[in-house]
Structure formats: structure tokens, C-alpha cells
Design a protein around this ligand. Structure first.
Ligand SMILES: [Zn+2]
Length: 412
């Protein structure tokens, strides 16, 4: 698989961001981009020179989710945006299942993404999507993940322990049992409000986010990425105290919020594929682990509003004792982010529908493949996507590969 090593430079904003990140992390880090469609984003911190690997799979996942997210902001929930979100999640789940070696689930998810949908699923057109982005957008969308991973290579004493420590602890057995009961009574629903409500109740009972979720590390890496991006976005200077200056900050805050939501979506896809790969559908422990991973990501989004408000306030040169500027920014950010609520609901519904369809096991796989083959026959575009999917699966998986062979035969 072709790959390149990314190098800092002064010609592009991405090169500048990489240079700044490596400088502030204070050690060499190799950042590698590979063309492998099934590689996400991985970091090997414990090497003499840490390595961050970003795969085409990560970029594809990110931009597919971005497309679904912005489609959902333009429609009211209940129309095509939920369908697109469901299809997107099914398609990304299909690849994630391949990555984790769950062949049959992968083929089922792929088949479900083409059966019975009015809208034909389109592959992501990167050239178009990149060309549509403003400079600020491409900074935040294309570089946040990479900078977050570099942030994991910071020396441990630089981790941000400010608030995370107070909420991190061990999970008690009785609370564990209650989480499971709650989950089950909800039919494992995935709405964010529901999860947040449950979490609040459980926190009142003394539940903390388990230390195994590395919240302090994740939060510190988020902060590192956000700080680096902000200083590249402002070109190292204070933004002018004008309407344009404030607008730049507000736009920046909004993009970070959207980007964090896409991270949550990626965490969910990864968690579903991980649970399924262990053959644990319906297993209490697996579902609890799944829920807690979501909590970790939701917590990171919430923390981001406070962190960004502090960064913006610091930019304006206010004294740390005077909290008025900080509170004002916090209020503005939260109000702005709340306007995404219908879109978030559409994404959550799309994911819940995709997960429910992927988990359902009553329809035999050969029936799903047969139904998919009808849809594929009518579309050259879908047929080509199916061929690429089968190709990826055959390269990745060893053994029988019965479901992939059946799908391959259905393409004809
Ligand atoms: Zn991380």
C-alpha cells in the first residue's frame, strides 16, 4: 500500500500546523499517511520516535460523516437526512466490521445500505468536498485528528488534570449492574439526551467515568489540537477586536463542535464493530463498555465549551480573576451549539436505525444478499461500490469468506 511521510513546511497552513505541533510536543513524531482504505487513525506512543498513522479509511469515514451531518442541518428530522445518516452509518459499519474481521456482519451491513432505499448511496467525492471548504474548515476537519494524535505524544506531566480527575474513578459493581438494567429498559437506545440523563442520575449515586477510558489523556489531546489549530487560524496574532475578529472565533468554535460530534460518531462505529467482533451482541459487559465509550466522547464535547471559552477569553487579554468575559463566551458558544440540536437528533436516529438493522439476525444473510443484488442490478454506481467493498474484504480477511463470495456472485 502506498504511503507518504508528512513533513512540516511554511508554505501551507497544514505544514505550519504540523511544524507548530511538533515544536510544542518537544520531540520527533513521524506522521504517516497510508492509502489503505481500511486503516483508521493509530498512534504508537511507546516507540523511541512515536508514529502516527492516518489511513484513507479515516479520511473517508470523516468526510462521509461530515456530509451526513451537514445534510442533517439543512433538513428537518424525519426526511431524507435520517435516511442518509442511516445509510452512511451502515456503510461505515460494513468497513469497520471488515477491519475487525466480522465478515458476515460486514456483508449484511453493506447489503442493508443498498436495499429498499429511495436515495442511492453516493461515494464521497473528496476533490469536490475539499474544494468547497474554507481555509478554516479544512484546517479543523483535516488536521484535528492528526494533531490530537500528536497530542498523545506529549510528556505525561503536561496532561491537563484540571477537571477530569474529579469525575474519573473506578466503576462499582452495583452501579455497573444498574447501568446494564437502564440500558436494557431503554432497548439500548442511543439518544444523547437519554444517555446524558442516565449519566447525571448515576453520577448522583457516585458513579464516575472509569479510569480505563483515559479521559484525562483524551481531553489533553483535544486541548492540544484545539490550541494548535487556533494559533494557526489566527496566524499567531490576536484576532482584531472587530466584528470580523469575533466572527472568526465563533466560526472556529462551531467547527470544533461539529468536529467533536464527528469524533463521537466515529467512536460509536468503532465501539459497535468491536462489540460485534467479540461475538457479544446482547452481552451485558460488552454493552456497558459500549455505553461508557460514548460517555467518554460526550464528556469530551461538553468539556470543549469550557476550554474554548477559556482560550477565547485568554486571547482578549482579560485577567484570570475577572470571569465575566469567560462566562460571556461560554454563553455565546452554548447558544450557538444548541442550534444543532435537530441535526444531532437526526444523526442519532440514523445511527440507532443502522445499529438496529445490523444487529437484527432473523433475516438470513443469503436473503439480504439476494435483495441487494436486485438493487445492484439497476445501478452501475452501486455495483462498482460493491466490487470495491468485496475487493477490500478479500484482501483483508483470511479463511472461508463465504458471505463475500456470495455478494461477489450477486454482483455478477
Ligand atoms: Zn485520542
Amino acid at each position: 500500500v502506498p504511503w507518504v511521510r508528512l513533513a512540516p513546511n511554511d508554505e501551507s497552513r497544514s505544514g505550519m500546523a504540523l511544524g507548530l505541533a511538533l515544536h510544542s510536543v518537544g520531540r520527533d513524531v513521524d506522521v504517516i499517511h497510508t492509502r489503505d482504505h481500511l486503516t483508521g487513525i493509530v498512534t504508537y506512543v511507546d516507540l523511541p520516535c512515536p508514529v502516527v498513522i492516518i489511513g484513507d479509511g479515516h479520511i473517508n469515514e470523516l468526510y462521509s460523516l461530515k456530509r451526513a451531518f451537514y445534510a442533517a442541518t439543512k433538513h428537518s428530522a424525519g426526511d431524507g437526512s435520517v435516511t442518509l445518516a442511516r445509510q452512511t452509518f451502515l456503510r461505515l459499519l460494513a468497513d469497520a466490521f471488515l477491519r475487525f474481521g466480522s465478515e458476515e456482519l460486514a456483508v449484511r451491513a453493506f447489503a442493508l445500505s443498498v436495499i429498499g432505499e429511495v436515495q442511492e448511496y453516493q461515494p464521497v467525492d473528496f476533490d469536490y468536498m475539499f474544494s468547497e471548504e474554507s481555509e478554516l474548515e479544512s484546517l479543523v476537519f483535516q488536521l484535528f485528528g492528526q494533531l490530537h494524535e500528536i497530542g498523545h505524544c506529549q510528556p505525561p506531566e503536561r496532561l491537563d488534570h484540571s477537571r477530569a480527575e474529579s469525575i474519573q474513578g473506578e466503576l462499582l459493581d452495583e452501579v455497573w449492574a444498574r447501568v446494564i438494567k437502564d440500558l436494557r429498559s431503554d432497548g439500548y437506545h442511543l439518544s444523547r439526551e437519554r444517555l446524558a440523563d442516565r449519566h447525571r442520575e448515576l453520577m448522583e449515586d457516585g458513579l464516575m467515568i472509569p479510569s480505563g477510558l483515559h479521559i484525562v489523556e483524551e481531553k489533553s489531546a483535544d486541548l492540544f489540537a484545539t490550541r494548535t489549530l487556533l494559533s494557526v487560524a489566527c496566524r499567531g496574532k490576536l484576532p482584531p477586536r472587530t466584528l470580523e475578529g469575533s466572527q472568526l472565533l465563533l466560526d472556529f468554535g462551531q467547527l470544533i463542535y461539529v468536529r467533536m460530534n464527528l469524533i463521537l460518531a466515529q467512536e460509536r462505529i468503532e465501539a459497535i464493530a468491536r462489540v460485534a467482533a467479540q461475538g457479544h451482541w446482547g452481552d451485558d459487559k460488552a454493552w456497558t463498555a459500549y455505553l461508557l465509550r460514548q460517555q467518554g466522547a460526550i464528556y469530551r464535547i461538553r468539556e470543549m465549551s469550557t476550554d474554548i471559552a477559556m482560550m477565547f477569553d485568554a486571547l482578549s487579554g482579560a485577567s484570570p480573576e475577572d470571569r465575566r468575559g469567560f462566562l460571556k463566551w461560554l454563553d455565546v458558544l452554548i447558544q450557538d451549539w444548541n442550534s444543532f440540536r435537530p441535526c444531532i437528533e437526526a444523526m442519532d436516529s440514523g445511527l440507532a436505525a443502522a445499529r438496529a438493522a445490523a444487529v437484527e439476525q432473523t433475516t438470513p444473510t443469503e436473503d439480504l444478499v439476494a435483495a441487494a443484488s436486485d438493487a445492484l442490478r439497476t445501478s452501475a454506481n452501486l455495483t462498482q461500490q460493491a466490487q470495491l467493498f468485496v475487493g477490500r474484504g478479500l484482501r483483508r480477511l483470511k479463511g472461508d469468506r463465504l458471505a463475500l463470495t456470495a455478494l461477489s456472485r450477486a454482483i455478477g
